[in-house]
Structure formats: structure tokens, C-alpha cells
Ligand binder design. Structure first.
Ligand code: ADP
Length: 580
């Protein structure tokens, strides 16, 4: 969505929206290289530095990952240095040891590695930010200015925020990458094993992991000749039941029985009598009572025991060698599946943590904006005495900027809720004609400024099943874009028609259009068009991403139907129709 343009573009960073956007932009990816690129790009511009360099701290080494020059060049470095190297750079040392940003003049040139000397010769002012996670520095960001202009109060606020967010974002991305890589390795091994074991066919055809585990247990019980089975993970000295064919006992914790501990130590299956199979959680004793004999095999992956596969027999008959061998085969597969399940859960948690983090960041940033907005309104209303004319102008601009930032924060919060699956539409029958009329009324002031000709085409009288407020938001975004992306007074046509089970609402303009290259990306988060005219217009690249997400959340869709550079664009919103 393009925000209304304000006359004081390019003013200093009192605009909190810039910070909000920077934070969310940085946190918005799980690809470490993309996160690094965003941190450098957004950070360098936000604090008006000439160069930004990001390094990771791994054990006692510093890995210089990438450096970004304000002209837009990003260079991947990948060079490693010993931490000792920074002994000669007190500013760096201070930031890493105190875990606080450190500011100062140039770095010590004579102490620098030869390959840095030339770059450092130009530097006049430096800010070193440690990237902290879990009380430890996991990286650092160095911003430098080639002018003798120290990093001032405003910049320091932005830098402190950037450092906190970058630390978290980088850590999240790394965790996710590790989880993904491990999962892929496990998948590879599992695939090879599946090919070798004939009974795996139908196990592998189950889509959901809990079903896969359940199926594995059933097959294991059948081939071992057992009446009951369970699969548990090991946690400290306890086992936690992860799966049983009936779902009974799942989630219960048992202390490890002495014989089972011995089995874990040797990596072999052990047999237990009913008297030896102890530790059922209170109230659950009756579940194991019918069983006379137990066979328990450790689940081992890469030399590590991660769980246990247990079989129970109701008859008091010992398990023979063939049963033990069969169980061994199933425990290998069970181990891989269990590890897979865990890695997938980890990856899901990382995704969830990212969304939660976004919500928290926006909430945190909204509170000060509300306070600032309140004070500005009071000042303008004369609560603090008469406001001289020149100051009034400045206060009004500040108020407008604060409102823009608040609108942006609200939009980002919607993004976070949408991505965190925390947005539930309040669906009711909504008259499309009415929704369009209201959106056009809201757009009128802007339409008058750009002298747009906005028409509502006579169409079908249609009603959709949707959330009225969300439909309004989508229409506002589409109309705002149609009013913004034009190089002369635009003509905009809004129409609605029934298409079977759906209603199609089209918003067509005769503006600048969208290049075929941009058409593939404008619905992505933070994606903006690449044309020179787009760069002139303020916007954050969230409008279409959000609008499509909202439409899909209501069981509908949003598409670019057609667009021709220089001739205009038509977007179509489809929503479920109320049966007539
Ligand atoms: P924003 O307007 O903030 O950039 P949007 O997600 O609303 O974000 O739009 C993404 C991009 O799609 C815009 O930057 C612009 O390049 C292009 N775009 C959207 N609507 C139109 C339109 N009606 N005409 C031309 N370009 C458009």
C-alpha cells in the first residue's frame, strides 16, 4: 500500500515507522544470507552510514560475512580471523565484552590487517554493535562514516534497536537452517533405508508423521508377536511416550527401569517380566496390567540413543531370537522417524517464534508512537500554551508522520497475525455494492487531490460471505494503489459480477502498469515495483501481500488479471458468493 505522500520527505529519522519497518524487514526471513543482507542494507541507510560490515563470532574466531557500501554494493567476504586480532581495536573489544554498542572515532589503522587498511583510511566515525543472543555475542555489526559526523542520540536509538533485533533474527535464521539441514540428512538416510526394507512401502505412504509412527508400531507388533506397543523418547533419566497404536499413554513420563538402562548402555533389546516393568504414572497402572512380558529396544541414531521401542505380550511366553531380530529392524526405522518428527517440530517452532517475535516487536514500537501522537495532539490544541506558526507547521508534520507510522505498525501487526494464523475473519453476508461505495467514499479526498475520475460500473447486485472490515481493507489498498501508480490524472473503474460460486470484484486503472518482470513478485512481502516512477512514490510493499493473504483467509483470492506498462492494470478480488 502506498502511504499518502508528505511534503517533508527525507527529514531526519523522527519517523518511527522507518524503525518499525527496518525491524520487521530484518526479522522477516529465515534465510541467513538474506537476513544478513537486510540487516546491512536497512541498517546502513537507517543510520546514514557509508559502510556496514557484519561478522559472526564462532568459538574464538571472527567470520567477516559481508560488507555493504551505501552506494548499494553488497560483498560477501567469508574471511576468518582469530578473536585475538581485535586486541588492538579497543572499540571492538569494548562492545564484545560489555555486550553494549560502542561508539568512537576511527579504528586503529596500524593494528588492522593489511587487506583492511585502505578501506579503514577513509573512516572518521565508527559504531560497533554486538549481536547478542542468550547473553552471548554471536556476531557484530560495524557501521562507519567517512565524514566527521559522530553517531548522535537518534542514531544510537536506532542502532540499539537494530542490534537487539539483528541478534535475534540471525540466531533464528541459523537455527532454522541447522534444523532444515539435519532434517534433510535424516530424510536422505530414511529414504535409503526404506528402499532396503520391503515392509516400508505402506509405512512410507502415510503422509502424517503420527500416522507413520502408529503404522510402524502396528507392523512391529505383528511381526514380533506382541499385543501392545509404544514408542518413547528419552529425556534425562525418563522416557516420554510419543506414540501408541491407540493413543493411550501418549505424553506420560516414566522413570527408566534398571534393566532398560542396561539395554541403553549396550544398545541391545532387553526382556522384562511384569514385575520388572515398573514406573507407570499414577492411575495408569491398569493400562500395563494385562501384559506379562515386555521387550524393549533402544532407538539409536548416529550413536546416540534417542528413544525406546517397547512391545508387550499378554501371554507369559518369552520372546524368541526371531522376535528380537524383527524388533531390531523396526527400531532402526523407528529411530529415524522419531528424529524426523523432532526436527520437523523444531523447524515449526522456529517459524512460530518468528511470527511471535514480529508481533512483540510491533507492539513494543506502537506504544511510544501512541504517546508521541498524544503529546503532539495536545500541543497542537494549545494545551501547553500558544504555538507559534513556524512551530505549528513542524508539529503538524510530526503528527502526520506519527500517524503514518502508526498505520504502518497496525498493518505489520495484521501481517504478523495473518502469518501466525491468529486472524479469524468474522464472516457474514456483505453487499458488494455497499462495500465498494464505502471504499470509494474513503478514497474521495485522495482522488480529488490527484484529480482522478473514479467510476462504479453498473454490475450484478451481489452479496458475498466475507468479513466486511477485511473486504474494506483490501478495496482501500487496491484503490490507493490505482490512485498512486499513475503519471497523470487516472481513470479508475470498479465492477462486480457473479462467476458461479464466486463474486469477482475488479479494480481497473489506466496508470503506469506493471512490467512483466515485476508481475511475478509484487504479491510478495515487502516487494515493490522496480520502475523509476514507483521509487518516487512512498510505500512499503505490504499492501498486495496483505490483501491477498486476507482474501485467502476468507476463502477467496486476489489476482492481477492483466497489466500493460503505460496502459494500466486490472486487479480482481474473488470471494465466495452467498447462494441466491
Ligand atoms: P506499495 O504500494 O506499498 O509499494 P503494494 O504491495 O500495494 O505495495 O504494491 C506492490 C507494488 O505493486 C507497488 O510497489 C507497485 O510497483 C505495484 N503496483 C501495485 N498496484 C499497482 C497499480 N494499480 N498500478 C501499477 N503498479 C502497481
Amino acid at each position: 500500500m502506498a502511504l499518502a505522500r508528505s511534503p517533508l520527505q527525507g527529514q531526519p529519522q523522527e519517523d518511527g515507522g522507518e524503525l518499525v519497518q527496518m525491524a520487521l524487514d530484518v526479522a522477516g526471513s529465515l534465510d541467513p544470507r538474506e537476513v544478513i543482507a537486510r540487516i546491512l542494507e536497512r541498517g546502513t541507510h537507517a543510520v546514514r552510514a557509508d559502510r556496514g560490515t557484519l561478522s559472526s563470532l564462532v568459538d574464538d574466531q571472527v567470520v567477516v560475512e559481508a560488507t555493504y557500501g551505501r552506494g548499494g554494493e553488497l560483498t560477501w567476504v567469508g574471511q576468518r580471523y582469530s578473536l585475538d586480532y581485535f586486541e588492538g581495536q579497543p572499540l571492538v573489544k569494548q562492545a564484545i565484552e560489555s555486550l553494549q554498542p560502542a561508539f568512537g572515532g576511527r579504528l586503529a589503522l596500524d593494528q588492522a590487517a593489511p587487506e583492511f587498511r585502505q578501506a579503514l583510511a577513509n573512516v572518521r566515525q565508527v559504531a560497533v554493535l554486538p549481536l547478542v543472543h542468550g547473553g552471548k555475542a554471536i556476531g557484530m555489526l560495524v557501521f562507519s562514516r567517512y565524514e566527521e559526523k559522530p553517531f548522535a542520540g537518534d542514531d544510537r536509538v536506532a542502532l540499539t534497536l537494530l542490534s537487539a533485533i539483528s541478534g535475534l533474527a540471525l540466531r533464528n535464521a541459523r537455527l532454522y537452517e541447522e534444523g532444515e539441514a539435519a532434517r534433510q540428512r535424516a530424510d536422505g538416510t530414511a529414504a535409503r533405508l526404506r528402499a532396503a526394507v520391503d515392509a516400508a512401502e505402506d509405512v512410507a505412504s502415510q503422509v502424517r508423521l503420527d500416522q507413520v509412527l502408529g503404522r510402524l508400531l502396528e507392523r512391529a507388533a505383528a511381526s514380533v508377536g506382541a499385543d501392545g506397543t509404544s514408542l518413547a523418547r528419552l529425556e534425562g533419566g525418563e522416557m516420554v511416550i510419543e506414540s501408541t497404536p491407540t493413543g493411550e499413554l501418549v505424553g506420560t513420563r516414566w522413570p527408566l527401569m534398571p534393566k532398560v538402562l542396561a539395554g541403553v548402555a549396550t544398545g541391545r533389546a532387553v526382556e522384562l517380566s511384569a514385575a520388572e516393568y515398573t514406573g507407570a504414572p499414577p492411575g495408569m497402572e491398569s493400562v500395563v496390567q494385562p501384559y506379562q512380558r515386555f521387550l524393549v529396544a533402544p532407538l539409536v541414531v548416529g550413536g546416540e540413543t534417542i528413544g525406546l521401542l517397547a512391545m508387550g505380550r499378554k501371554a507369559d511366553e518369552p520372546f524368541d531370537a526371531a522376535a528380537v531380530q524383527a524388533l531390531q529392524q523396526f527400531s532402526t526405522r523407528g529411530a529415524l522417524l522419531l528424529r524426523n518428527a523432532r526436527l520437523i517440530a523444531q523447524a515449526r517452532d522456529a517459524e512460530q517464534a518468528k511470527s511471535e517475535f514480529m508481533s512483540i516487536a510491533v507492539h513494543e514500537l506502537r506504544a511510544p508512537l501512541t504517546v508521541t501522537g498524544g503529546y503532539l495532539a495536545m500541543a497542537l490544541e494549545g494545551d501547553f500554551g500558544d504555538v507559534p506558526k513556524p512551530l505549528r507547521h513542524v508539529l503538524e508534520t510530526a503528527q502526520r508522520k506519527t500517524e503514518e507510522a502508526k498505520a504502518l505498525a497496525a498493518e505489520l501487526l495484521t501481517v504478523a497475525r495473518l502469518e501466525g494464523k491468529a486472524l479469524t475473519p468474522n464472516v457474514k453476508p456483505v453487499s458488494v455494492a455497499e462495500a465498494v461505495r464505502e471504499a470509494l467514499a474513503r478514497a474521495r479526498p485522495r482522488a480529488e487531490i490527484v484529480q482522478a475520475n473514479v467510476q462504479m460500473e453498473p454490475g450484478d447486485d451481489v452479496t458475498v460471505l466475507a468479513d466486511e472490515a477485511l473486504v474494506g481493507k483490501i478495496l482501500d489498498n487496491l484503490l490507493n494503489n490505482a490512485l498512486t501508480y499513475a503519471d497523470r490524472p487516472p481513470t479508475i473503474r470498479v465492477g462486480a459480477s457473479r462467476e458461479g460460486e464466486q463474486v469477482a470484484v475488479s479494480v481497473a486503472d489506466d496508470g503506469i502498469g506493471i512490467s512483466s518482470q515485476d508481475q511475478g513478485r509484487i504479491f510478495a512481502r515487502f516487494a515493490r515495483g522496480t520502475g523509476p516512477l514507483v521509487a518516487e512514490k512512498p510505500g512499503n510493499g505490504l499492501g498486495l501481500y496483505l490483501s491477498r493473504g486476507l482474501a485467502e483467509q476468507m476463502g477467496g483470492s486476489l489476482q492481477l488479471q492483466s497489466s500493460h506498462p503505460g496502459k494500466g492494470s486490472t486487479f480482481v478480488l474473488r470471494l465466495p458468493a452467498v447462494a441466491s
